[in-house]
Design a protein around this ligand. Structure first.
Ligand code: ZN
Length: 66
């Protein structure tokens, strides 16, 4: 499936965001990664399985913790 060398991490991997971007839509605030993950501008993610990953940008977490 993945044409890259080395292969991109799978959508289930912790480092899924390291996959190559195959379609970028900065004007809409999202990009599609090679492993099928949709990565949003706020660091939220939509996995191919339909699971949602909440935004996890370190600066946001610091604000939430305060
Ligand atoms: Zn790839």
């Amino acid at each position: 499936m993945c044409p890259h060398e080395p292969c991109c991490p799978v959508a289930e991997a912790q480092d899924r965001e390291a996959a190559r971007t195959v379609a970028a839509h900065p004007e809409q605030g999202w990009s599609l990664l090679c492993n099928g993950v949709v990565l949003f501008e706020d660091t939220g993610e939509l996995l191919p399985s339909g699971a949602i990953i909440a935004p996890h940008r370190p600066t946001d977490m610091a604000i939430t913790a305060a």
